[in-house]
Design a binder for this molecule. Structure first.
Ligand SMILES: Cc1cc2nc3c(=O)[nH]c(=O)nc-3n(C[C@H](O)[C@H](O)[C@H](O)COP(=O)(O)OP(=O)(O)OC[C@H]3O[C@@H](n4cnc5c(N)ncnc54)[C@H](O)[C@@H]3O)c2cc1C
Length: 298
């Protein structure tokens, strides 16, 4: 009888003492070694036989990986190993990046969120990843360590396809960096899954708005769509409409149409492409209406 899950294969567990050691090992063993944080993607993929790495490198105990710090001018430093639950529960995240907390809360169940990290969600680069939209909306960057030194990588352009990113063998993400949040922000993450408890999104809509007198509409908007393209999708034409035309039902409807036009969903076991497009239209309008009511005190 064929087994649904072949079980965890044999691998060597590597616990490096420093970032240098970890990066050197990962670069030298490119193709057969992989870093992990919570392991909630890694161990499932290994168990299912999708990944067959010989070495799993545990990077969550390395220096600075567990930092969670906020500065009103510099913004938020979210260490790569900070779990979803710690992110959600932190008062400074809730106060200054509520959309990140809301998105993280929608990931799996409580036990999963005790292991899973935002950095792991980003590096895993699933188009269904729930926190990718909030990180994009806030303009987050990744702090990446490699043997060549440390660099910052903007999330715009980081995702290349399902499971594919700009990261190279030996690159280790040490933190997710968020700039200071926009004053007067309002945000929503609307996730449509097959059940309300613990499922990947059929469609996920992230929307963030804030007053911005420099724009013709008086407001800036960021949108990101999950599960409707090979990468998390930022519908730029929709954002332009929203920052140029006066906020209200007609503008939100036009923004939603532009978002539908930008997406290229597939038919799969969870939903048809047609249904996904219809849900993008509904959820974008719903999210924009909700954040507008909040921003305008309605
Ligand atoms: C039951 C279940 C339910 C789930 N539900 C959801 C859900 O609702 N929404 C959702 O978005 N996801 C869901 N997931 C997927 C998963 O939990 C998330 O993607 C999670 O955020 C991954 O974080 P992690 O720390 O466990 O990553 P890991 O599994 O440790 O790593 C994920 C990927 O990132 C790479 N990586 C890890 N650390 C680094 C690093 N420091 N530098 C460079 N690359 C690195 C790994 O090699 C791997 O490719 C679910 C998973 C399970 C098992």
């Amino acid at each position: 009888m064929m087994q649904a899950h072949p079980g965890l294969p044999e691998f060597d567990y590597i616990k490096p003492a420093s970032l240098e050691e970890a990066s050197r090992f990962l670069a030298r063993r490119a193709g057969e070694a992989r870093p992990f944080l919570g392991g909630t993607d890694v161990f499932v993929r290994m168990r299912d036989g999708a990944w067959r790495d010989r070495f799993l490198v545990d990077v969550k105990g390395l220096p600075a990986m567990n930092v969670l710090a906020f500065d009103p001018d510099e913004g938020l430093t979210l260490g790569a190993a900070v779990t979803m639950n710690r992110t959600i529960e932190h008062p400074l995240v809730r106060a200054h990046y509520p959309l990140l907390a809301e998105a993280a809360r929608s990931v799996g169940g409580y036990q999963l969120r005790n292991r899973a990290t935002v950095a792991g969600n980003l590096c895993n680069a699933s188009p269904a990843g729930d926190t990718l939209g909030a990180c994009l909306a806030y303009g987050a960057r990744l702090k990446v360590f490699s043997r060549q030194g440390e660099r910052e990588v903007p999330l715009d352009g980081f995702f290349l396809g399902p499971g594919k990113t700009l990261l190279q063998p030996g690159d280790i993400v040490t933190a997710v960096l968020f700039p200071a949040p926009p004053a007067g922000q309002a945000g929503r993450y609307l996730k449509l899954g097959r059940n309300v408890l613990s499922d990947l999104s059929i469609v996920g809509v992230t929307a963030l708005g804030w007053p911005d007198p420099a724009r013709p509409s008086g407001y800036g908007f960021r949108l990101a769509l999950a599960s409707v393209a090979p990468v998390p999708l930022v519908p730029a034409a929709a954002e332009s409409i929203l920052s140029e035309q006066p906020p209200g039902a007609d503008t939100f409807a036009a923004g939603a149409e532009a978002a539908v036009a930008a997406c290229a969903p597939i038919d799969d076991a969870r939903a048809s492409a047609r249904y996904r497009k219809a849900m993008v239209r509904n959820l974008v309008r719903q999210a924009l209406t909700a954040i507008w009511e909040e921003m305008s005190g309605g």
